[in-house]
Design a protein around this ligand. Structure first.
Ligand code: HPA
Length: 269
């Protein structure tokens, strides 16, 4: 594991100018690829070209690591992430993040598409992740490597970065929701009974990602900011069909707002 991390990191570093070290790792969720459009790109490395990287099997995830600058901030953007539902192990899901941390990143900015459980939330809203519930029953920190053990999770999402995000949203007159993200493995969407249960235990949104990366990032002492795009409203009492196509269409519809918010947060982080 340590050897493959070093080999991946050295390969990526060899494609970059020697002075370049990403400060922020950005992970883009389903249908959320526009963030790289306004970037000053130094290198785009398809995952398939990087030694030891898994390969994204989800159509809406482009599967490339894009390195460069957004404004003055050095970033490494993962266009596409890995999920348990693709059959990857916990270790494989967080491997690219560990590599980017090794390249120098100290901040993780996560984005994802998710279902809104809070009845006040509407499709296209953006939610700041304030806390999470891990119902994936998987954990990328389970390993023989003692260094990954016992990270504190009392405040996994940085309050410093959350206040920056809130101030940026206010300036843009953008409604920013705040709440608890609940992670399941998927790949099925939830039953009505599951949605009722999730709401009862305090979740505001449900999705199939992000928590493994937060766990790995916190164990590496990275600061984490999570932004969830609500793509569909989950109402156990007024159930309606959810489809992957609907999730993607809504993500694409709302991604310019998310992009604007991310760019302004990076200016201040
Ligand atoms: N449930 C789980 N994951 C999701 C959903 C949902 O309703 N929408 C987008 N990702």
């Amino acid at each position: 594991m340590k050897k493959s991390l070093t080999e991946s990191a050295s390969f990526i570093a060899s494609a970059l100018p020697p002075h370049f070290h990403p400060k922020v790792a950005i992970i883009l969720g389903s249908g959320l690829c526009a963030i790289t459009d306004g970037m000053d790109i130094l290198a785009t490395l398809p995952y398939s070209t990087i030694p030891h990287f898994p390969i994204s099997t989800v159509d809406s995830h482009r599967g490339a690591l894009v390195l460069g600058y957004i404004g003055d901030t050095a970033v490494a953007v993962m266009q596409g992430r890995f999920h348990y539902y693709e059959g990857y192990s916990a270790e494989e899901v967080v491997f690219p993040l560990r590599v980017v941390q090794q390249l120098g990143a100290s901040i993780l900015l996560l984005t994802n598409a998710c279902g809104g459980l809070n009845p006040l939330f509407r499709a296209c809203d953006i939610m700041l992740i304030d806390d999470h519930i891990n119902l994936q029953w998987e954990n990328p920190l389970i390993s023989r490597d003692e260094r990954h053990r016992f990270p504190d999770m009392s405040t996994p999402y940085s309050s410093r970065l959350q206040s920056i995000a809130e101030q940026c949203a206010l300036r843009q007159a953008l409604t920013l929701r705040k709440g608890t993200y609940l992670a399941v493995t998927g790949p099925n969407y939830e039953t009505r009974a599951e949605l009722r249960f999730m709401r009862t235990i305090g979740a505001d949104a449900v999705g199939m990602s992000s928590v493994p990366e937060t766990l790995a990032a916190r164990s590496l002492s990275m600061e984490v900011l999570g932004l969830s795009l609500i793509t569909n409203e989950c109402r156990p009492d007024a159930p309606r069909h959810v489809s992957h196509e609907e999730v993607l269409t809504t993500a694409v519809r709302a991604e310019q707002n998310l992009k604007k918010l991310v760019f302004s947060i990076l200016e201040e982080s």
